[in-house]
Write a protein that binds this ligand. Structure first.
Ligand code: FEO
Length: 178
C-alpha cells in the first residue's frame, strides 16, 4: 500500500513524464515544419517512449493500492531557433528528469517504501540510457554544425530509429495493473 505522500509524488512524476511526451511531440511537429522528417520521426518515438513511462508509473500506482490521479499538463515550447537548439533542449530536459527521478527515489527511502524503490530502479537505468542517447544525438547535430549535407545525413540516420516496448509492459490489451 502506498503512503499518500508516495502516491502524490508518483502522480506528479507521471505528469512530468507526460509533459516530456508533449514536449517531444511539439519538437516532432517543429521538425516537420522545417522538413527534417528523420528528426521528426525520432522525436515522435521519443514522445511514445515518454507516454510508456507515464502509463507504466500510473499502472504501478493503481496496482499498488493507490489512486492514479491525472494532473494538468503544461503547454510545451512551440518552436526552436535551430535543430541544435532543440536537441540541446532534449539533453537539458533529460538531465532535469534524472534529477526528478532521483528525488523520487529519496521520497521512497524516506517513506521506507522498498517496493517503490525497487520499481524506480527501472527509471534510474532508463535515465542513464536517455542521457546517453540524447548526448549522442546532440553530438551528431553539433558535429554537423552549419554543414547542410551533414545535417541531412544526421536527419536520415535518426529516421532509422525503431520503437520497442519495455519488457513486460503491455499497453494493449489492458488487463489491469496488478
Ligand atoms: Fe521519461 Fe525521458 O524521461
Amino acid at each position: 500500500m502506498l503512503s499518500d505522500r508516495m502516491n502524490e509524488a508518483l502522480c506528479q512524476q507521471a505528469n512530468r513524464e507526460l509533459y516530456s511526451s508533449y514536449l517531444y511531440l511539439s519538437m516532432s511537429y517543429y521538425f516537420e515544419s522545417i522538413d527534417m522528417l528523420g528528426f521528426a520521426h525520432w522525436m515522435r518515438l521519443q514522445a511514445a517512449e515518454e507516454l510508456v513511462h507515464t502509463m507504466r508509473m500510473l499502472d504501478y500506482v493503481a496496482g499498488s493500492g493507490g489512486r492514479a490521479r491525472m494532473l494538468a499538463v503544461e503547454a510545451p515550447q512551440f518552436s526552436w531557433s535551430s535543430p541544435l537548439q532543440a536537441f540541446q533542449h532534449v539533453w537539458d530536459h533529460e538531465r532535469t528528469v534524472t534529477g526528478l527521478i532521483l528525488a523520487l527515489v529519496r521520497v521512497a527511502e524516506e517513506e521506507k517504501d522498498a517496493a517503490t524503490g525497487q520499481f524506480l530502479e527501472w527509471y534510474v537505468k532508463e535515465q542513464v540510457e536517455e542521457e546517453e542517447s540524447s548526448d549522442g544525438v546532440l553530438s551528431q547535430v553539433k558535429a554537423a554544425g552549419e554543414d547542410r549535407s551533414a545535417l541531412v545525413e544526421a536527419d536520415r540516420k535518426l529516421g532509422e530509429r525503431r520503437f520497442k516496448f519495455p519488457k513486460g509492459f503491455e499497453m494493449f490489451p489492458y488487463s489491469g495493473s496488478a
